[in-house]
Design a protein around this ligand. Sequence first.
Ligand code: PLP
Length: 349
Amino acid sequence: MTKPLQQFASDNYAGVCPQAWSAMAEANRGHAAAYGEDVWTHRASDAFRALFETNCEVFFAFNGTAANALALAALCQSFHSVICSSVAHVETDECGAPEFFSNGSKLLVAAGENGKLTPQAVRALATGRSDIHFPKPSAVTITQATETGQVYSIAEIKALSAVCRELGLRLHMDGARFANACATLGCTPAELTWKAGVDVLCFGGTKNGMAVGEAILFFDPRLAEDFDYRCKQAGQLASKMRFLAAPWVGMLESGAWLFNAAHGNACAKRLEAQIADITGVAPLFPVEANAVFLSASPGVLEGLRQRGWRFYTFIGGGGRFMFAWDADPGRVDALAADIRELARIHPGG
Ligand SMILES: *Cc1c(COP(=O)(O)O)cnc(C)c1O
């Protein structure tokens, strides 16, 4: 079978990286205890505690929707609300799972700059109403890196968490691309989370190079009380847990989590650099992680599709290109060359 050409429509088009794969293969040697009582689950949890330099509570879920929804449910009662950006995955791409698993906690949507939440927006939503008729704000969720490929700086996170503390809100981070943010900022995972006031992190493994799996890290262990029951009830307790945990051991102990992300980021920068001088084509958002949202005329976007390129246009109408751990720089160059040619064929539309 010939290998299909790489597409950049999503970073989860990519396969499994060697470090995750070989840890799975090793975990597959013989039997192990079930439901997280195995050595791989302990080792992965310890690897997270070492990486984050703190004694956090660690849980494993099959995907990001479940991780986010269950983490937020742990921060809320049914009559509470959660503040998020209007483009947040929890709002636009989780089919109401956060509301469902929290038994009705409402998402309060803020229109942010470029999809980022600001302290002002949080304050406005959290203090606009305080009467009994409005769902009481209990948590804030931010996405790091954001759905539009930007990164919150440590200072921005600290400013958000300060408002959260002041108003009695918990701060959750959707880290489906947390590793990409760490690679961009060059700071430690601790600096980007609990040291900046984040209470709960959902750390994405799938887009980082695993087959499946996300980790939920509670930096305040009191928030993790009975979370294991919540996971089980939601169908998120893996009986063969070692296969959710082992790839994390491979990723964290080898450093693949970080260099995979750095590679995806570098490919996004590579595309950005190659299209910088093309008239009529530009990134819709600052390129700070592994995404490029291409603003281009309908002629260019349609031409790209005709040349076989796949991409989504669901945010802002631009073409979204996402670069995974194994993105081929040669394919990035081919994409840039097609964009250049099409922009010449379709000047101004
Ligand atoms: C991919 C993604 C998730 C997780 O999605 P699943 O398909 O449920 O694994 C969560 N948040 C963001 C921002 C994502 O991009």
